[in-house]
Design a protein around this ligand. Sequence first.
Ligand SMILES: Cc1ncc(COP(=O)(O)O)c(CN[C@@H]2CONC2=O)c1O
Length: 412
Amino acid sequence: MVKSLNQIRNDFPILDQKVNDEDLVYLDNAATTQKPRAVVEALAHYYYTDNANVHRGVHTLAERATADFEAAREKVRAFINARSTTEVLFTRGTTTSLNWIAASYGEKVIGAGDEIVISYMEHHSNLVPWQQLALRKKATLKYIKMTADGHLDMTDAAEQITDKTKIVAIAQVSNVLGVVNPIKALAKLAHEHGAIMVADGAQSLPNMPVDVQELDCDFLAFSGHKMLGPTGIGVLYGKEAILNEMPPIEFGGEMIDFVDLFQSSWKELPWKFEAGTPDISGAIGLGAAIDYLSAIGMANVQAHEQELVNYVLPKLLAIDDLTVYGPHDPAQHTGVIAFNLNGLHPHDLATGLDMEGVAVRAGHHCAQPLMKYLKVPATARASFYLYNTKADADRLVDAIVATKEFFKHGTV
Ligand SMILES: Cc1ncc(COP(=O)(O)O)c(CN[C@@H]2CONC2=O)c1O
């Protein structure tokens, strides 16, 4: 039995508060999502009942903590349909996951003249690691263009990806344009040229079903905090055959098999890449978040967000002087919507919305090259999630109109 929207909202007590004397409308989910009681309770239960270090202890609490930690890894495996838990590495989040690929696979494989292909819409975490790797290795960094309505230009992709390409790294969903990129087609194109496909799943995992075997991506990176989980925990999925050929990135406890004075051997996957005491509670919290999302069903989460986008996008487009970035067809837009009110800095717009109790993001969204590509310094951005309602969407539209009037006439 899928929960009703009211039942879901009751699971997020943080939403039941006033901001500037107005009921809070939280629409900054692309920055981070709120946490249901079940996730907070899982964290509390671990610390109140099972807290111990994992893997090496033989006492009961250590065994329980290890079982909880590895059960969370199995939940992640099932959630993304990875073949084995050996393909699921816990990291600090998407940024760390992508840096690990560059630091290990990239350092080993990339040489002078090789190509790394990304896109203009990438988040800095899926741009700067590749940029710095290319600089270090005297490799070539190439950018796939977008079409006029903000989609990835697949004709340009076919031109940019060549037999010199070794890595293709693309966001599955843009955290600004709200478009879904064709990772499966990009992976096919990459593999045809002997390259690997890295999918940045930070904005897709929270909002839609993701099946790594169906996508056939070689790596997938995502963050727990964007999908009801705690901050500080994320995942790097990698095909086992590729991970087995990759050197560890960090060295120390947990990841070793034998340590001699002048050489050491490594643990098998996934622990080879997990040096030191892991974020045990974070992993358990992520497992609880996956339980919560799976009980609702990711297809239902996606459908709910699409219903909100179908409702709000036409209303936003109807506001004079409001520019919406990305596709104007609601069917082509996910729940993250960037916009600007002509003549008003996005920070002033977001401050005005906050005065109305509506929380959105304003800035470059860690996508400065995309802002340049769009010829704007920054944007405001609303991002919906499973606990948002059409009433929230109406509050956003009304707050934009009120803010527009305020800055035009000085009164609301
Ligand atoms: C597409 C995308 N890639 C990578 C990241 C980096 O994730 P971590 O910060 O968890 O490592 C984010 C984070 N989204 C940012 C966070 O704040 N606002 C955003 O849009 C993202 O949206």
